[in-house]
Design a protein around this ligand. Structure first.
Ligand code: KMT
Ligand code: NI
Length: 179
């Protein structure tokens, strides 16, 4: 994993867009974003089980973000992932193969922090954080999605309504308390 401030220069979303400003784990934590590295080697699933148990993640599935994996829905899904949105629950992803970028808004709400994820990376985006996802130029990622109970997949695309969402408000309270 490598996190940095997105350069905001228009152009291909799959390119790195690295401004050169590194974002460390402490700064991610201030945003409520949690990270673990669990290498893809013997015993990895047991390590996932530990985190899942500690954090009460009861369910999981696997998503393959490739043309074959998503089928007919490919274009729509890829576009949807990159719309700025929030969820009313955590978005938890453990990367099994490939790589991609999770972008999250920072406290100023002006910059994107780009989290470059690859195999062995586990990230938790808190409920209510504005974020988006894109493949990178390798064009494929396979990830385990973990969730507490029933997955709340619904992406709430950013609007004046989502600014009023109770999970958004709760998120902002936690961020202002720690920054
Ligand atoms: C999401 O919610 O944006 C996704 O599931 C993207 C694919 S997971 C690497
Ligand atoms: Ni999402």
């Amino acid at each position: 994993m490598r996190a940095y401030v997105f350069d905001d220069i228009p152009g291909d979303q799959r390119k790195p867009h690295d401004s050169g400003e590194i974002v460390d784990l402490a700064r991610l934590k201030e945003l409520g974003v949690l990270y673990w590295q669990i290498p893809q080697e013997e015993g990895w699933e047991g390590e996932i089980d530990k985190v899942a148990k500690e954090r009460d993640y009861k369910n999981r599935d696997i998503i393959n973000v490739t043309r074959e994996g998503l089928g007919e829905a490919y274009e729509t899904k890829i576009k949807g992932f990159f719309e700025e949105h929030l969820h009313e629950d955590e978005e938890i992803r453990y990367i099994l193969e490939g790589s991609g970028f999770f972008d999250v808004r920072d406290q100023t709400d002006k910059k994107w922090v780009r989290i470059a994820m690859e195999a062995g990376d586990l990230v938790v985006l808190p409920a209510g954080i504005y974020h988006r996802f894109t493949l990178d130029e390798r064009d494929k990622i396979k990830a385990m999605r973990l969730f507490k109970d029933e997955p709340k997949w619904v992406p709430h695309n950013r609007s004046t309504d989502t600014d009023e969402n109770q999970y958004r408000k709760e998120y902002l309270r936690t961020v202002s308390g720690s920054a």
